[in-house]
Design a protein around this ligand. Structure first.
Ligand SMILES: [Mg+2]
Length: 224
């Protein structure tokens, strides 16, 4: 019997790819607004290059953009960019059907958790801003488990839940970190076809584009 549902956060509970793009765009617009003398599309091209080179978690993207464009006194532009970026990030919203889905699943007796890679405080920050933190019994984050989502990570989660794999479903958008390790240890897995990893093969038990039928799908897994 399925008891525990584990959700990934980014591009599963909210459109993180979309918000990240919007935050960057707003940041560059803010640089133009405070008077940087470079066209928006040029800034966009530079930022894209910087992100490719430094990866998306590098904390000084906008400093780097200013450096590349040889801006003499960059502080004003960096400050504007960072403020706009954070303002956008503060306004994140879940996918529209998420709050109702979480409520329905809880009413049906399932225990809900998130299982996510990254920093525990940052992941909690997202759940709180999304207004859905209270639905979850617990949050399993890689930096607390000491291991990115993997066979070891999910074994550790099972231990903490005092559960057997067949009682758990992992729900997420990424085949490599959400689906494959969960399936390897015998959990059920549902692949969410959203965000930049939406495409590609899967070994998941089911695929969804949104969560409108999630309850039926979870019930059908039990009868497989
Ligand atoms: Mg994800």
């Amino acid at each position: 019997m399925i008891k525990h549902l584990l959700f990934d956060i980014d591009d599963t509970l909210f459109p993180s790819t979309e918000f990240a793009e919007l935050a960057r765009k707003n940041a560059l617009r803010a640089m133009v607004e405070v008077g940087i003398n470079i066209e928006l599309h040029e800034l966009e091209r530079t930022l894209e290059k910087v992100i490719k080179e430094k990866n998306s978690n590098y904390p000084k993207h906008f400093d780097e953009v200013c450096r590349i464009h040889k801006i003499k006194k960059p502080a004003r532009y960096i400050a504007a960019a960072v403020a706009a970026y954070h303002n956008t990030k503060m306004s994140i919203l879940p996918y529209p059907e998420i709050p109702r889905m979480l409520l329905t699943l809880r009413e049906n007796g399932y225990k809900l958790y998130t299982a996510t890679n990254g920093n525990a405080i940052k992941q909690w920050d997202k759940l709180i801003r999304l207004g859905i933190a209270l639905y979850f019994e617990d949050v399993f984050v890689s930096d607390e488990v000491g291991e990115e989502k993997s066979v070891i990570f999910f074994k550790d989660v099972l231990k903490k839940l005092k559960a057997i794999p067949e009682e758990c479903v992992m729900i997420g958008d990424r085949e490599d970190s959400d689906i494959i390790p969960a399936k390897k240890i015998g959990m059920y897995a549902i692949r969410v076809r959203r965000g930049k990893y939406a495409k590609g093969k899967t070994c998941a038990d089911a695929n969804v584009r949104d969560f409108s039928n999630i309850l039926e799908i979870i019930k059908s897994l039990e009868n497989k």
